[in-house]
Design a protein around this ligand. Structure first.
Ligand code: FSO
Ligand code: SF4
Length: 544
């Protein structure tokens, strides 16, 4: 196997024997083969679109789901990938038929016919991975992989919007264009840089779609205090990013005496009016994703993983963790959707059987719910505070958390940020500091939690609105972006920020292994992208 798509890539280079994330060589091979087939789908899909024909929604849905399944920490179940591969072939053949006669050369990925068995598939997988073409120019490889990884991230966002009924053909059609382009040997480094930035723009649209899907279904998030301590009684912990799963579970557990806790990226759910109205949505449990094995160990409740990030379940909670949707782990119970509905009875029964915590803990709460609607609702006060010098600077300290050392930088940065600065945060990296006390500036809390990584759109919208209010370029705002990345959703968000012209972003804890030195230089030259150094030095440079 060879995989270097996430920040945990072994030795900062790539996983070769087994994934640091827990991905087996078998799953890695099947994912490579699935991506190979998706490129073939891209080839025919792009031809169909160029002929002015349309592609049906089921095909779009398959493409976004299948590519999402290959994102880090989502699906580790080989059997599910065998199914995806078979389905991908069927879809490719349908698009081929729709495309009719093609005069240009047909790439191998578009001609490929997968065998019937997993064992045979694994033999083919060896020929199609990231490093299959040893002679490929390293910058071309780097930019092609950047495009594919960012597409995985966009697949996740498109999936979340789709299940809430929001879909857009600019977004859907771009999947085929991007997948087809990585098969095109005529594309130069410049062409591929442009395509990556185009993906950033399309992803902005996708995130806007997701924002309207979430706020349309559940209302705009409002400032909300969330309990972070245990309550007596049976419980279910819900992790991942899927608000629809949470909503369905809340409905199905109403009046059953079960408390629902959010975990990791589900924390922002407490701020949505249509979710917070359920009194049994009781609180948030634990820290970021990489602490789950310790925090779920022997827990007397049930767990539902709606999306990434799942880690290998320990024996002590294997019988009480459930996956749904795109998430998978071999031999872990999976809840399927049937006719648009999910039946969570097995989780509910498990939670009741386990009985839950025996005592209440002393209560502690944190404040969340600062999406664009809330923040821009007090824009006049914020602008006034900036003009009068009460607010000197804004820091967006956002992105993913992870297991590797070097992430204390973000905690230190937040702690050392002067008292006249405001910290905006989003995604799971915030667990490094979101239980600390930062105080207020006037009535405004110094720490504003914007939401999930899926809510990066909200942060961008706030920045654009402030730039308009101050009649300045977004790069002239007293705002610095201090980002942490782990997986591929962060990659597409980064491309979105660059495509909007944002400069001087600091990125850590380390730079992606798939970015070649020349590609990095392009990002440095054009966007002044910088690796993080140490909190004190970076703060001094920004504020100096
Ligand atoms: Fe975190 Fe995992 Fe939201 Fe990521 S839970 S690391 S960017 O998958 O999705 O922030
Ligand atoms: Fe390694 Fe990350 Fe790939 Fe997992 S996803 S195999 S940790 S590079």
């Amino acid at each position: 196997m060879f995989c270097f798509q996430c920040e945990q890539a072994l030795g900062g280079k790539g996983c070769v024997k087994f994934g640091v994330c827990g991905k087996s060589p078998e799953v890695a091979g099947l994912q490579d083969l699935l991506v190979h087939l998706l490129k073939g789908i891209g080839f025919y899909g792009q031809k169909v679109l160029q002929q002015g024909k349309t592609i049906d929604e089921n095909t779009h849905k398959f493409v976004m789901d299948a590519i999402f399944a290959t994102l880090t920490n989502v699906n580790f179940d080989p059997e599910r990938f065998v199914e995806y591969i078979k389905k991908a072939y069927e879809i490719k053949e349908q698009l081929k038929k729709l495309a009719g006669d093609i005069e240009s050369e047909i790439p191998e990925a578009a001609k490929y016919i997968p065998p019937d068995t997993k064992e045979e598939m694994l033999k083919d997988a060896k020929k199609v991975g990231v490093m299959a073409d040893k002679n490929l120019d390293e910058d071309i490889r780097s930019l092609r992989e950047l495009l594919i990884y960012a597409l995985k991230g966009m697949g996740a966002y498109a999936h979340h919007a789709y299940i809430l009924g929001k879909t857009d053909d600019t977004v859907n059609n771009f999947f085929y264009k991007a997948l087809a382009s990585v098969l095109d040997d005529n594309l130069t480094v410049d062409d591929l840089v442009k395509l990556n930035l185009e993906l950033g723009q399309v992803n902005f649209k996708c995130m806007e779609l997701l924002d309207s899907a979430n706020t349309g279904a559940y209302g705009h998030p409002v400032p909300t205090e969330v309990l972070i301590t245990k309550k007596k009684g049976p419980f279910i912990i819900v992790s991942g990013h899927d608000l629809k799963d949470l909503k369905e579970l809340l409905e199905q557990t109403e009046g059953k005496g079960i408390n629902i806790y959010t975990h990791c990226e589900m924390l922002p759910a407490h701020a949505y009016p249509e979710l917070k109205k359920y009194p049994h949505l009781i609180g948030n449990y634990g820290g970021a994703w990489q602490d789950q094995q310790k925090e779920f160990d022997g827990i007397p409740g049930a767990i539902l993983m709606t999306t990434n990030c799942i880690q290998k379940p320990r024996d002590s909670y294997k019988d009480r963790i459930f996956t749904t949707s795109i998430v998978g782990w071999p031999d872990i119970a999976h809840i399927e959707e049937v006719n648009g509905k999910k039946d969570f009875t097995p989780i509910i029964e498990k939670a009741l059987e386990l009985g839950g915590w025996q005592e209440d803990e002393e209560e502690k709460k944190i404040l969340i719910g600062f999406g664009h609607n809330t923040v821009l609702g007090v824009a006049d006060k914020i602008i006034e505070a900036v003009k009068s010098g009460k607010i000197r600077h804004f820091f967006l300290i956002g992105g993913c958390d992870g297991a590797k050392p070097g992430r204390n930088y973000y905690t230190e940065f937040a702690e050392k940020a002067p008292k006249d600065t405001v910290i905006l945060t989003l995604a799971c990296g915030k667990y490094r500091f979101n239980k600390k006390e930062f105080g207020t500036i006037g009535e405004l809390p110094r720490l504003l939690d914007i939401g999930q990584c899926n809510d990066a759109y909200s942060a961008i919208k706030i920045a654009i609105a402030l730039a308009e209010a101050f009649e300045c370029d977004i790069n002239e705002l007293p705002l610095s972006l201090i980002l942490s990345w782990y997986e591929q959703k962060a990659v597409c968000i980064l491309l979105t920020l660059l495509s909007l012209g944002l400069k001087n972003i600091r990125l850590g804890p380390s730079l992606p292994a798939f970015i070649s030195p020349n590609v990095l230089q392009v990002l440095v030259d054009n966007f002044n992208l910088k690796p993080i150094s140490n909190a004190e030095a970076d703060l001094a440079e920004i504020l100096g």
